[in-house]
Design a binder for this molecule. Structure first.
Ligand code: TYD
Ligand code: MG
Length: 458
């Protein structure tokens, strides 16, 4: 009798493991997400094994934190201050970072540029591509400039060959472009399948911790915007970065959604040029570039990305309903929030928003859902509704509550300062933020406590 192959089921959405198939995942309650994968042959080879260190488990003992050497976290710079900041201060030795993003957004480009900078600083880097030929990589390389010989390339999809080579070469950084193309013969599943991706990541993770090699994995993104394959990938790696932006516009935003070595609030802004990606040091200036003057429905607001204030333009267009019920459309912000704000306006300001279609756009393709944008959105809608432009040198921020009250937002001082720095002279803000706020020179603070008061500033 043939020996039965042992298999395991796990949820492709949350990674929950089960020994039998079930229709609904008991952990995340998603339907039809359980997939079958062969049980890895090696004993104790959970993808998490080796993650917490090597050596026999029995020999490890609990230690007090005071005995832990802080200085042991070794980092190196990518040569991009924006990328370093998103990573929490450079790449941690032996860490694994997943970089997700739509096709053509610039994942290969940014990693190639970072690899080039790291190689130029004297560290060995290996770039493994399963997607492009050496000639294609060379063509891209030509655009970004001279590349040191310390950066070497390998076109390979066989994971076992890749791990052998990396063990031999022991580079400081290895880039896998992309994890979906890697295939290990040890796993009985087709390339690109969830089982393969999961195992491949587990194998590389062990290698990273054992040989102290830092890894960057490129991951493709599904239509829903998650890294394709199992969400479990996100649980396994140390950091998850997303590269986003409109492919047809030149700016790109690098965002961290998970980081074991830093804050997840940081973003980096890049611009795609003819010679690769360039960092944008002053994002507010960049985002406000090309703003229309004296146009109704356009307003500048300030939102926070971590500790960084970002000035951005909110545009609103309202027009009479053309069909049955009103359309609400938004680019860059939460559509439900827009519906809510329009309902609040209808109830508290008596404006018949339900008779109008409303289109809201955060200019520059940036995505923001912070409540501090509320007041800016309301102001933009009001301005478009009445067809009155707002003062060009005014910014508006604040959270709007259901009863039309304007509520305080965090870090008001930073927002006001950023506005002053960019040449704005007036700021409409929540009255409750006024206490302990110092107005920068030349800045008029216009406090409001309700939407009714906001109308006065139009
Ligand atoms: P790429 O890094 O290949 O994207 P990904 O790996 O995320 O799929 O980026 C491809 C796009 O970037 C492509 O449309 C061409 C453009 N590009 C530039 O505009 N300038 C450049 O210097 C380079 C290298 C690419
Ligand atoms: Mg690519």
């Amino acid at each position: 009798m043939a020996k039965k192959i042992k298999t395991l089921f796990y949820c492709s959405s949350c990674g929950h493991e089960s020994s039998k198939w079930v229709g609904q995942c008991p952990a995340c309650r998603e339907w039809n997400t359980m997939v079958e994968a062969p049980l890895p042959a090696r004993s104790g080879s959970s993808p998490y094994a080796g993650h917490s260190g090597t050596g026999p488990v029995s020999r490890r003992k609990p230690v007090p934190l005071s005995a832990v050497d802080e200085a042991s976290e070794e980092r190196f710079s990518t040569g991009f201050t924006e990328l370093d900041r998103v990573l929490g201060g450079g790449i941690v030795a032996g860490s694994m970072t997943l970089l997700g993003g739509d096709p053509g957004i610039g994942k290969s480009t940014i990693l190639l540029q970072a690899a080039r900078n790291i190689a130029a600083s004297g560290l060995d880097v290996v770039y493994i591509s399963g997607e492009e030929s050496l000639r294609q990589i060379k063509m891209r390389g030509k655009r970004i400039g001279a590349i040191s010989d310390r950066l070497r390339f390998l076109c390979e999809t066989d994971l076992d060959a890749v791990t052998d080579i990396l063990r031999e070469e022991k580079p400081r950084l290895a880039i896998i472009d992309s994890i979906q193309t890697m295939y290990s013969a040890q796993v009985q599943a087709s390339p690109g399948s969830i089982a393969q991706i999961r195992e491949a990541t587990g194998i590389l993770l062990r290698l990273a911790k054992e040989e102290n090699i830092s890894f960057f994995l490129v991951g493709h993104v599904t239509k829903e915007g998650n890294v394709a394959g199992p969400r479990v990938l996100e649980h396994m790696v140390d950091a998850v970065l997303y590269f986003e932006g409109d492919r047809y516009a030149s700016y790109r935003v690098l965002r961290s959604v998970k980081n074991r070595f830093g804050s997840t609030n940081e973003i980096g802004i890049f611009e795609m040029r003819g010679d690769g990606l360039a960092e944008v040091m002053n994002p507010s200036e960049f985002l406000l570039n090309g703003r229309p003057h004296d146009a109704s429905g356009s307003i500048v607001t300030c939102s926070m990305e971590g500790t960084r204030p970002l000035l951005l333009e909110v545009q609103a267009l309202v027009s009479h309903v053309s069909y049955g019920y009103p359309r609400r459309q938004s680019t860059g912000t939460d559509i439900n929030r827009i519906s809510l704000l329009l309902a609040v306006m209808e109830k508290r300001l008596g404006i018949r928003t339900s008779e109008y279609d409303a289109y809201i756009n955060l200019a520059g393709g940036i995505r923001q859902t912070e409540p501090a944008l509320d007041l800016g959105i309301v102001m933009a809608v009001l301005s478009s509704f009445r067809n009155v432009p707002v003062d060009d040198h005014m910014i508006v921020f604040g959270e709007v509550g259901l009863s039309g009250e304007v509520r305080a937002v965090p870090m008001a001082q930073l927002r006001v300062q950023e506005a002053a720095k960019m040449g704005f002279t007036a700021c409409v803000l929540p009255r409750s933020n006024l206490r302990r706020l110092e107005a920068p020179e030349g800045m008029r603070l216009l406090p409001v406590s309700s939407l009714a008061e906001l109308v006065d500033y139009l």
